[in-house]
Design a binder for this molecule. Structure first.
Ligand SMILES: Nc1ncnc2c1ncn2[C@@H]1O[C@H](COP(=O)(O)OP(=O)(O)OP(=O)(O)O)[C@@H](O)[C@H]1O
Ligand SMILES: [Mg+2]
Length: 368
């Protein structure tokens, strides 16, 4: 039993005992005092009904009846009129105990129900609040996406418009270059002009490719062949930088349905990044594997400087670069190409062990 219930029971018992003692100890000729004591019994009965419901009210009225009855029988026995009235009072005690008990029990049940619905209301209010917060966040994202797409469209138009004057600048620079001998200082300036225009052109082309990717030409192509082509392109650069560039032999020829040109571009972007990050004496190892039956996996592992935890979430953002001459489009384009082949691109990196880029592509077939 709870502590408060014990205290209440004790209060009730003490008051019943006290009132009964008053009855038993007060001489009968002070009948007006007995009348008062008789009514005092209602206090514990009503309190018991309020505190403990129907059962409490009835139990208290029965105890009062049992305690009070001998007093009527033995002390009021000689006054037949009075005795009858006292017995009637006992009946009323029990009626009051029962009725007050029923009423208080009903009240209590209603309170419990009210508390339950209040709790339910509070929960739905909280849920509603969470949902409206979510709606606000989504709306904000939508607004940002809208702004970005408008900006993207504008940038694509701008990039497109830049391309034509760029080719004229480059063309005229080529013509001017013919007027100077290589030992002339102006010859070098024109060379810089041509080189920088080429770089700018590459940025614009990359950007346009991102904004409006050309449809991919899906043909069956061998991963090994595409990787070998790319390795032969960059082998010289790796050798000059004293980096070991290694394509591990493949157990099975991995054939996928894809656009060879786009895949080569993706592989090249990853290998160039690896070579740029790896110091002399480091390694760039490329390996292939079959994963989960229908997928092939191509891993590019380098022992380079790695990517810090703060930088890692941003490397796929267009124009994010940590390099002085980087455009920051390499990985964004690469991921787009892989996604268009229904593949995924994963990067694991830390500054202690270097970077591993994994490409997973659905395979067309595996033959021996
Ligand atoms: N293998 C790697 N090792 C260390 N950092 C890397 C590696 N690959 C990518 N990164 C980081 O990710 C950034 C984004 O790479 P991404 O290829 O998109 O652009 P970029 O190489 O800077 O420029 P570019 O457009 O010329 O490729 C890089 O600037 C570099 O900080
Ligand atoms: Mg790059």
């Amino acid at each position: 039993m709870e502590k408060s219930a014990i205290i209440r029971t004790l209060i009730l018992a003490a008051s019943v005992v006290a009132i009964s003692l008053l009855h038993y100890l007060t001489p009968l000729h002070l009948h007006y005092l007995h009348d008062i004591f008789q009514r005092l019994y209602y206090l514990p009965i009503i309190l018991a009904a309020f505190w403990f419901g129907l059962r409490g009210g009835l139990l208290c009225s029965i105890i009062v009846s049992i305690v009070y009855a001998p007093h009527i029988l033995f002390q009021w026995g000689g006054h037949p009129g009075m005795e009858m009235e006292k017995y009637l009072e006992i009946l009323i005690y029990n009626t009051v105990g029962g009725v007050t008990g029923v009423l208080s029990q009903r009240e209590r049940e209603r309170t419990v129900e009210l508390q339950k619905s209040t709790r339910g209301l509070k929960e739905s209010y909280l849920k509603l609040q969470q949902q409206s917060e979510q709606i606000i966040v989504i709306e904000e994202q939508l607004r940002r996406a809208e702004k970005l797409s408008t900006l993207g469209e504008m940038a694509a138009v701008l990039a497109h418009e830049i391309r034509n004057p760029l080719s004229s600048i480059r063309g005229t620079a080529e013509i001017l270059k013919d007027d100077y001998k290589p030992d002339n200082p102006k010859y070098e300036f024109i060379e810089i002009q041509i080189k920088e225009t080429e770089r700018l052109n590459r940025v614009v082309e990359d950007f346009l490719l991102m904004a409006h990717p050309k449809p991919v030409d899906m043909l069956s192509c061998s991963i090994q062949d595409e990787l070998e082509t790319i390795i032969s392109l960059v082998a010289n650069e790796a050798r000059e930088k004293l980096i070991t560039l290694l394509l591990q032999p493949q157990a099975l020829p991995l054939i996928i349905q894809g656009d060879g040109e786009k895949l080569r571009q993706a592989f090249l972007n990853i290998i160039i990044n690896a070579l740029q990050a790896t110091p002399p004496g480091g390694k760039v190892i490329i390996s292939t594997n079959v994963s989960e039956a229908e997928f092939c996996e191509i891993c590019f592992k380098d022992t380079g400087s790695g990517i810090t935890a703060e930088t890692l979430p941003r490397i796929f953002d267009p124009f994010f670069t940590t390099k002085q001459n980087g455009t920051g489009l390499g990985l964004a384009i690469t991921r787009k190409i892989i996604e268009r082949h229904k593949g995924i691109l994963l990067i694991e990196s830390d500054t202690a062990n270097g970077t591993t880029v994994t490409i997973r592509l659905p395979m067309l077939k595996t033959t021996n």
